[in-house]
Design a protein around this ligand. Structure first.
Ligand SMILES: [Zn+2]
Length: 472
């Protein structure tokens, strides 16, 4: 991983240390005063007093920075890439997933430890075009573009065009890695020569291969995203569909066709929510996470790692020991029952999680917790495009929770089943599920970000999601 060694003059280092100390003090004060988690205030303050701080700190990373952006999968992909880099013995600087705007990224560099060799930053798709100029990453990973946070970005095309603008601003020698299975994203990027990644489900993997091998791939309401050709506006035809709007597509109107990426993960088998086996770079990878969406996260992380110079077999063996981040398929023990927590935030990702929950025989009760606090976006109308029709076919007790638990209950009722319990209080919702879950069963908790924070705080009395993602 050769990279230009930055100059280290003592004066800017001393100034940066001073600025960082002021920022950290502000963070401690805000936590003390219970103003917030203390994650982004320091960054906002540092930005105010020293706008060049972030660029200087990034320039000091010997191996440069990697940015991960896109609608879904940012946190897990970035986390997987960090695991691979750490297994190579590198100290990695990182921001927390909830702090992926400018202030949160700055906050990641306030730690007094300054020995990080490489940065892996998860950045919000809206903030990316401006931040990319400061960060000047060595490599940019773009995961996908789904309909998400309706109140911020109404159209996927708007998001794709922001990502395109950001990609155009990459330094000339930087590498662009993107999801070749996302026809919309790929059409926006293809003339920039990105390195693509794809996922293919083998026929006996047990994966839901709607439309595989046929032209008329059926679509569910859950996948109701615009699927028209960027060039001519005609409808796209899918010949392979893995999840939501992802797969291989072509346009009969103008002849445009998507491509299969240079890095391909073949899903060999899946075992419900807990694990899947992938073939990738001629190696077998047993991933301790189920779901097609995690196959995409894994192939994106491996593609980035290999492009950074890491041997494929080393990247893959690092991923076999991967521990999921908070709320991304995390397991906890509560009331002698195993809880499995999965974040949901839009129809595409939620559909993938629901399919995995429905194929896992251990699931003995389900909590769906939808909240509408700032971290989630106030608009929860996406639940009406989400495939709860499949979830309600599970013969397991169903609990609706979160600050929008009542709306969730109405949605589940229209999907075909009135939930057994509706309970806005997070602890009460989880307790209702564990009580009705068989002793050897598993409680699947599907929640939005804020709902998950509430549940986790109630369960372990600890609102801080993790310490590992801070600068190490
Ligand atoms: Zn066309």
């Amino acid at each position: 991983m050769a990279h230009d060694s930055p100059s280290r003059s003592p004066l800017p280092c001393a100034i940066d240390a001073g600025v960082a100390a002021v920022g950290r003090a502000a963070g401690a004060l805000s936590r003390f005063a219970h103003v917030g988690s203390g994650t982004t205030l320091p960054g906002r303050l540092v930005n105010l007093i020293d706008s060049g701080f972030l660029a200087r700190r990034i320039a000091r990373l010997e191996q440069g920075a990697v940015i991960v952006s896109g609608t879904n999968g940012k946190t897990t992909t970035a986390s997987m890439l960090r695991s691979i880099l750490r297994a190579e013995g590198l100290a990695v600087a990182a921001n927390t997933s909830g702090a992926n705007l400018a202030a949160g990224v700055v906050s990641a560099f306030l730690s007094p430890k300054q020995d990080a060799a490489v940065g892996v930053l998860e950045i919000d798709e809206g903030a990316l075009p401006s931040l990319i100029r400061e960060i000047r990453p060595r490599l940019l990973v773009l995961t996908n573009v789904f309909r998400d946070q309706l109140d911020r970005f109404p159209e996927p095309e708007g998001v794709a065009s922001r990502l395109r603008i950001a990609a155009e601003r990459l330094p000339a020698d930087s590498i662009l890695v993107a999801n070749a299975d996302d026809p919309l994203l790929w059409a926006y990027l293809e003339d920039l020569d990105p390195i693509g990644f794809s996922v293919i489900a083998s026929p006996d993997s047990g994966a839901d291969q709607r439309g595989a091998g046929g032209a008329g791939a059926p679509r569910l309401a859950a996948d109701a995203e615009p699927e028209s050709c960027l060039r001519c506006g005609a409808g796209l035809v899918f010949t392979r569909r893995t999840m939501a709007g992802l797969g291989s597509a072509h346009c009969d109107g103008c002849g445009w066709g998507s491509t299969v990426g240079r890095y391909v993960a073949t899903l060999v088998s899946r075992a419900g929510i807990e694990a899947s086996v992938l073939e990738l770079c001629e190696e077998l990878l047993t991933l301790p996470l189920g779901g097609i969406h995690n196959a995409y996260n894994a192939v994106a992380a491996v593609a980035a790692a290999v492009e950074l110079g890491i041997a494929p077999h080393r990247a893959i063996s690092a991923l076999e020991a991967f521990h999921p981040r908070f709320g991304r398929a995390e397991e906890l023990l509560f009331d002698d029952r195993h809880l499995w927590l999965a974040l949901i935030k839009n129809p595409a990702g939620a559909g993938s999680v629901i399919r995995d929950v429905c194929t896992d025989r251990r699931v003995g009760a389900v909590v769906v917790a939808i909240s509408d606090r700032d971290a989630d976006g106030r608009d929860v109308s996406w639940i009406w495009d989400t495939e709860f029709e499949r979830l309600v076919t599970l013969e397991a007790p169903l609990v609706a929770g979160g600050t929008r638990g009542a709306d969730t209950a109405v949605r589940l009722k229209y999907a075909g089943r009135v939930p057994d319990v509706v309970q806005a209080d997070p602890l009460a919702a989880v307790r209702a599920a564990t009580r009705s879950c068989p002793p050897d069963g598993l409680v699947a908790v599907l929640g939005t970000y804020a709902a998950m924070l509430d549940i986790r705080e109630a369960l372990v009395g600890d609102r801080s999601t993790r310490a590992e993602d801070e600068v190490e």
